[in-house]
Write a protein that binds this ligand. Structure first.
Ligand code: NDP
Length: 263
């Protein structure tokens, strides 16, 4: 039986085993997907091999470590500098990033944004900024502190700290901060969000499994809103394409994962 796992710290909350095992089970793939609580980042690749894995997902806070440790990194992961999917190819481990493309696919048929505001400047923000840039969609990244903005500004992105913020018009506003994840906070002061969120806007929170204060405010303002569930499924389905060696269609993988993760 082939073995797969997700690595992270913390990891108990991860829905990835639920999604991937559903696919393996329903499609008769002789494989099992577990979770692994990694504490020592430098041992990621060593643990991957020691556990006899054929593939893995990497979550917070090890995506940059995975990027460093893979034998080869392919696709947009090279630009983002982070890997969320590791796949064994012969004796080598290849790294991919499915977060960015997974997110972008969730917009298809819904919105072709003209002007995007990303709240937060962490790993997820970076992945999303890169995919918008690839599709030549203008993006502004707004973060409460300057530290994480600096490398993004150096790569040519428009960046703003909260101090520099001035309201503009955006048709897609994404909360990629962890505000609202385990507390009741907003990613921006409420009056600013009230000026940004209205009926022509899609408010997108990458956090899944709860209606965050950001989404509650968007709803109250009459904006369209969406949580991170579809993104979670979409990035997992793209990883699953790699894990199952492209034997099944993306839509089949999507449908099975949707069944595994009730609304
Ligand atoms: P990082 O730790 O890399 O970045 C966190 C960002 O949030 C930083 O920019 C930080 O600002 C900002 N931030 C944290 N708290 C607040 C706050 N109270 N107010 C304003 N800004 C805040 O995290 P990631 O980018 O890796 O992950 C972000 C979120 O995305 C997580 O909630 C994660 O669960 C979710 N996620 C969802 C996925 C999905 O499939 N649905 C996939 C990947 C991630 P500062 O720099 O000032 O500290």
């Amino acid at each position: 039986m082939r073995q797969y796992a997700v690595f992270g710290d913390p990891i108990a909350h991860s829905k990835s085993p639920l999604l991937h095992n559903r696919v393996f089970l329903e499609l008769g793939v002789p494989a099992f997907y577990g979770r692994y609580h990694l504490k020592e980042p430098s041992s990621l690749l060593e643990r991957f091999h020691a556990l006899g894995l054929e593939g893995a997902n990497i979550t917070v806070p090890f995506k940059e470590v995975a990027f460093e440790q893979c034998d080869e990194v392919r696709g947009i992961a090279q630009k983002i500098g982070s890997v969320n999917t590791m796949v064994k190819e012969g004796e080598r481990v290849i790294g991919y990033n499915t977060d960015a493309e997974g997110f972008f696919q969730t917009l298809e048929g819904k919105l072709r944004p003209q002007n995007v505001l990303i709240l937060g400047a962490g790993g997820t923000a970076k992945a999303l900024a890169m995919i918008f840039d690839l599709h030549q969609i203008p993006v502004t990244i707004l973060n409460r502190t300057p530290g994480r903005l600096k490398p993004l500004a150096e790569q040519g992105f428009k960046t703003l700290t909260h101090e520099e913020f001035a309201p503009d018009s955006y048709d897609l506003i994404i909360n990629s901060t962890s505000a609202g994840l385990s507390d009741d906070s907003l990613p921006l002061p409420a009056p600013w969000l009230e000026s940004l969120l209205h009926s022509g806007v899609l408010a997108y929170d990458v956090i899944y499994g709860k209606t965050t204060p950001f989404l509650r405010l968007a709803k109250a303002q009459g904006a369209r809103f969406q949580d991170g569930r579809e993104m979670l499924i979409s990035q997992a389905a793209l990883s699953s394409l790699h894990f199952t060696q492209h034997h099944f269609s993306l839509s089949t993988l999507h449908s099975l994962m949707r069944l595994a993760l009730p609304q």
